[in-house]
Design a binder for this molecule. Structure first.
Ligand SMILES: Nc1ncnc2c1ncn2[C@@H]1O[C@H](COP(=O)(O)OP(=O)(O)O)[C@@H](O)[C@H]1O
Ligand SMILES: [Mg+2]
Length: 401
């Protein structure tokens, strides 16, 4: 978008000289308070609203040079409450665009069923009507319908705003997964900054009057808000939330303080506990049972009831430093328990060591930002792919958010 302005006939300037370079194959989020011009901006992309000034280039071509129907067909559109046709079944809702494109009914329905699976809808829902589905399920149908003709671009206007937080998190995770699998270019509108930070490869913060306040990868928004408006909009806990972008992979995990439930007194005495105030007892599969003091262990077979809770472990390497810190803060010993994907303990780490890792990550992040403006990563071996820019590293850290 190149200096795009929208002035409605009544004189309202909804969008004011907005310039944005929207990356291919990534999620770009437009976020800002109500009335700041998000919907107008989105609708100018598929020409449901015509810009008053400026140009919108798609793959370098002015969007006005394409017939508007061709343009719209290349862009799926998803809105809040899904906007489904109430008198059509789920499968026929999803098949709408393929049918308009002249596909025969069987082929369109096959495609619709394939998409139901893709968005996590059970096949048994195919012949139901929208009112027979929950809000979250309807929203999934909306996404499936938008994907039906396989458009390269998805435009999404507050698609998840009307569903409750738990369902919403599921829908967000699903969208990240779909994006990962299909590599669509997605422009996503929300007024929720947490949703923006979670989903966006790039985030455009708009202020009232349709003016761009900042356009940056989410980690950079959190570390370097452009001004007081952006800082205020980001809200509290900016520093803690930024830790979501740092992987826990580099943490130095200690195995000395981890003992199997049947360990003998001699084995325990021989342990180098690395300063841990207690020992973490594991079951025969290596899963955590709880923290024991030396006296508990000396007294013979471990009585699980006498162990201190190990809290909520983090998955080393997959979860972020934010998750690791949270584990340590919640742990009665101040030490976090790391597990692998199967729940087996891989080690323990102190709050102190996590703090050291955070300082190191911040220092490295500041260096990266200074050099390239890129998002600090911290995930070894998961670099950016160049095309969709910073943030695609996020698979590790994003999963943790
Ligand atoms: N058709 C319209 N005619 C006049 N003003 C409009 C029209 N649509 C939106 N607006 C105004 O433009 C501004 C931006 O609206 P909108 O793009 O819907 O914001 P958002 O989606 O961020 O809430 C608001 O002040 C809104 O009242
Ligand atoms: Mg809107």
């Amino acid at each position: 978008m190149d200096a795009v302005t929208k002035r409605y006939p009544d004189g309202t300037v909804a969008v004011d000289r907005l310039s944005l370079d929207i990356p291919d194959g990534a999620i770009t989020v437009l976020v800002g308070p109500s009335g700041c011009g998000k919907t107008t901006t989105l609708r100018m992309i598929n020409r449901m609203v015509e810009p008053s000034e400026g140009r919108i280039l798609i793959d370098g071509v002015d969007s006005r040079q394409q017939p508007v129907n061709t343009l719209r067909r290349s862009m799926g559109y998803v809105i809040q409450n899904a906007g489904l046709f109430q008198h059509r079944t789920i499968v026929d809702n999803i098949a709408t665009v393929p049918r308009l494109l002249g596909w025969n009914k069987a082929k369109a329905r096959d495609r619709a069923r394939e998409l139901m699976e893709r968005v996590g809808l059970d096949a048994s829902l195919a012949e139901r009507y929208p009112y027979q589905l929950s809000g979250g399920q309807q929203q999934r149908v909306g996404v499936a319908r938008a994907l039906a003709a396989d458009p390269p671009v998805l435009l999404m206007d507050e698609p998840f705003s009307a569903v409750d937080p738990v369902v919403r998190k599921g829908l967000q995770d699903e969208l990240l997964r779909i994006q990962d699998e299909l590599g669509k270019t997605i422009v996503f509108v929300t007024h929720d900054i947490d949703e923006a930070v979670k989903l966006g490869t790039m985030v455009a913060v708009l202020r009232t009057g349709g003016r761009l306040a900042q356009y940056a990868p989410p980690a950079e928004l959190l570390s370097d808000p452009a001004d007081a408006f952006v800082e205020d909009f980001l809200g509290a806990d900016r520093g803690i939330r930024r830790l979501s972008f740092f992987s826990s992979a580099g943490l130095d995990l200690l195995t000395g303080p981890v003992v199997p439930a049947g360990a003998t007194a001699e084995e325990i005495a021989a342990r180098d506990t690395g300063g841990a105030p207690r020992l973490l007892v594991t079951d025969p599969e290596g899963r955590p049972l709880g923290w024991a003091g030396p006296d508990t262990l000396a007294a013979g077979p471990v009585d699980a009831a006498r162990l201190l809770s190990y809290g909520r472990p983090f998955v080393a390497g997959r979860d972020s430093l934010r998750a690791a810190l949270d584990c340590a803060v919640l742990s009665p010993t101040g030490w976090a328990v790391a597990v692998d994907d199967t729940g087996r303990v891989t080690g323990v780490v102190s709050q102190q060591a996590i703090g050291d890792a955070i300082r190191t990550a911040h220092a490295a992040g500041a260096k990266t930002e200074g050099a390239t403006g890129a998002e600090p990563d911290g995930t070894a071996g998961a670099g950016t792919d160049g095309m969709s820019g910073p943030g695609t590293d996020g698979t590790a850290a994003k999963a943790a958010r």
